[in-house]
Design a protein around this ligand. Structure first.
Ligand SMILES: CC(C)(COP(=O)(O)OP(=O)(O)OC[C@H]1O[C@@H](n2cnc3c(N)ncnc32)[C@H](O)[C@@H]1OP(=O)(O)O)[C@@H](O)C(=O)NCCC(=O)NCCS
Length: 208
């Protein structure tokens, strides 16, 4: 059985971006496979670029968990707690999609990746891409990371934490419910319902 004790949660450094991208692609494979088809190496490159953009221009800070022997990064989360330059993010994502997938592939990917939609709220931190490597799940890392993300949000002066979760993600829904998150609204998409098997995207919030 995989041992997770001791583990350390720390702020991500620029060098960690490729590892975080790998964890995210692996953790959200169900979502990314229909978007990128067989081109999973491209999805890694796009995700790495996206995470770099989020750190540079999206007001996002990532946390990582280090565990194991030898020590490796086994979990990560992004917290958007500062001002985000949506124009730079959108242009950068489109450029990365276009470079790796061509125009038609990029258009298709952009349509599927446009869900869930979130309009940032100044008093709220937004938690995204919480992921634990498959062999390290069910050891409390996801919960610890979520709590660390909330601490980061509180320290940044935010009043609430918001996040999206798909209606079919039972482990994540259970974790968020346990941690006191409540459903605020939901978006429904026929497009993602058909191609990703995700019809409902729930917007959850926790107030401090
Ligand atoms: C969701 C995820 C981050 C949970 O991480 P984890 O480290 O396995 O979770 P924890 O061990 O901290 O479990 C915390 C709680 O989550 C819930 N949970 C976790 N795995 C579960 C499962 N397979 N089924 C039901 N509930 C589960 C339980 O409430 C659990 O509390 P408990 O152990 O007291 O019952 C992990 O499953 C993951 O990386 N999934 C893929 C990516 C993803 O979907 N991220 C969420 C995006 S919104």
């Amino acid at each position: 059985m995989t041992t997770v004790e001791p583990f350390t949660i720390r702020l991500a450094q620029p060098d960690d971006e490729p590892v975080i991208a790998g964890l995210v692609v692996e953790g959200f494979l169900d979502k990314f496979r229909p978007v990128f088809g067989g081109q999973m190496d491209q999805s890694m490159r796009i995700m790495e670029k996206w995470i770099r953009l989020e750190h540079a221009s999206g007001g996002v800070t990532s946390l990582v968990v280090e565990a194991g022997a030898p020590t490796e990064i086994v979990a990560s989360v992004g917290v958007r707690a500062a001002e985000s330059r949506e124009d730079i993010l959108a242009r950068g994502l489109w450029a990365a999609l276009r470079r790796n997938l061509g125009f038609l592939g990029a258009t298709w990917a952009a349509a599927l990746l446009s869900y869930p939609r979130y309009s940032s709220i100044p008093t709220e931190a937004y938690v995204e891409r919480l992921v634990v490597a498959p062999q390290y799940r069910n050891h409390g890392l996801g919960r610890s990371l979520l709590q660390a993300a909330e601490t980061l949000a509180r320290d940044a002066g935010k009043d609430t934490v918001g996040l999206h979760v798909s209606g079919v993600n039972i482990p994540a829904l259970k974790l968020y419910e346990d941690e006191g998150y409540e459903e605020i609204s939901r978006q429904r998409s026929i497009l993602t319902g058909h191609f990703l098997k995700i019809r409902d995207w729930l917007y959850l919030r926790k107030a401090f």
